[in-house]
Unconditional design. Structure first.
Length: 357
């Protein structure tokens, strides 16, 4: 969806609005700076990052920008596009990926909830919730995961009078099996202070809410901070500012750090400044570049508007990343991709990395 919105920004001449949002969503416990016993073997944590795909690239709505009379039909067409993408089936595929990989922590992006309040020009559900669908399918697969934290991102309820509602969420999951000796503390979640605003109609701007979640994970007496995020995709200067907020905020800790998410920056992308900043000045290492140095590992994009619009030649950029700091990767197993099969459960592939700390 980045290309379409980037074009919309250029066509409409939308200005970037820098807003100050610093609300701490939640906190449980104090930061844990456990000193590991060097005589003990390293602890390992398997992390997955997975963009679930909202089911649309909002092409109809973008085409209606500047034409208020077209906005209502465009919203209805967008909802029908989400219905056609079969969110529940795609969530079931992603649940199967998680059940097979058994990651300790899962960073999820585009975990959307849709609801229609008016008759639609298509047949299908009027409420579509990717989070509920995923959790139900995980339970059906016989694996136990719980929601560590959830951050509501863009919420259409801020725009009155719409015929449908749309909520985008970032979600952090953790394995809950008794055999998994994983303790989580110091949960934090916060929206970025630098956000992008786009014009939806005359006098109506839409702010693209984004942020991060973090938790301190302790395994066998060793603690690492895990940060989940979905950086801005539509405008690189805003994305760079958000990456800097990560570095100066939750990543500003003496603990080892794992940053996992759809960062919308990386090898093959037209946006690389944030990746360069994170992997140089901010001190992070890209796990894929170490464990899979000969593989491009492209994660985006498998399709455009919906799963029926397959991109010829497949993905061309690697923007779904697991980055680490103060963690040695010399003996780490190889990262691998999930979600590359057809039909694709998302326009992104997921990345699984096992790191020792």
């Amino acid at each position: 969806m980045r290309g379409l919105v980037r074009k919309a920004v250029a066509v409409t001449g939308a200005a970037v609005v820098l807003l100050g949002l610093a609300g701490l969503a939640s906190a449980t416990g104090a930061p844990s700076a456990t000193t590991p016993d060097p005589s003990q073997p390293r602890s390992f944590l398997t992390v997955m990052t997975r963009n679930m795909d909202e089911g649309t690239d909002f092409g109809y709505i973008l085409g209606a920008l500047g034409h208020p009379e077209l906005l209502g039909p465009a919203i209805g067409q967008t909802f029908c596009e989400v219905v056609a993408s079969n969110v529940e089936q795609r969530a079931a595929q992603i649940a199967d990926e998680i059940a097979a990989a058994q990651p300790d922590i899962v960073s999820l992006q585009e975990v959307a909830r849709w609801q229609s309040f008016v008759p639609l020009p298509c047949t299908g559900p009027t409420v579509i919730d990717a989070e509920s669908a995923l959790l139900n399918e995980l339970a059906a697969d016989g694996v136990s995961y719980h929601v560590v934290g959830q951050l509501d991102e863009f919420n259409s309820s801020a725009i009155p009078g719409l015929p449908v509602s749309f909520l985008d969420r970032d979600v952090l999951l953790a394995r809950a099996e008794p055999a998994v000796q994983l303790k989580l503390s110091n949960l934090q979640a916060q929206h970025f202070g630098t956000l992008l605003s786009l014009p939806l109609a005359p006098g109506v701007n839409v702010t693209i809410q984004r942020g991060w979640l973090s938790a301190d994970a302790t395994v066998q007496g060793r603690t690492v901070r895990v940060i989940a995020t979905h950086l801005e995709s539509f405008y690189e200067p805003v994305q760079q500012a958000q990456a800097a907020e990560i570095a100066s905020g939750p990543a500003n800790t003496p603990l080892p750090v794992i940053l996992a998410g759809d960062l919308n920056t990386g090898p093959g992308s037209t946006q690389t400044a944030s990746y360069q900043f994170l992997t140089t000045a901010a001190g992070f290492t890209d796990t894929w570049s170490v464990t899979q140095p000969g593989s491009p590992g492209h994660t985006d994009g498998y399709y455009t508007e919906d799963p029926f619009t397959i991109v010829p030649g497949g993905p061309t950029e690697r923007i779904d990343l697991v980055l680490v700091r103060n963690i040695a990767l010399s003996s780490a197993p190889k990262d691998y991709l999930v979600g590359t099969e057809i039909p694709h459960p998302s326009d992104h592939a997921g990345v699984v990395a096992k790191v020792g700390f």
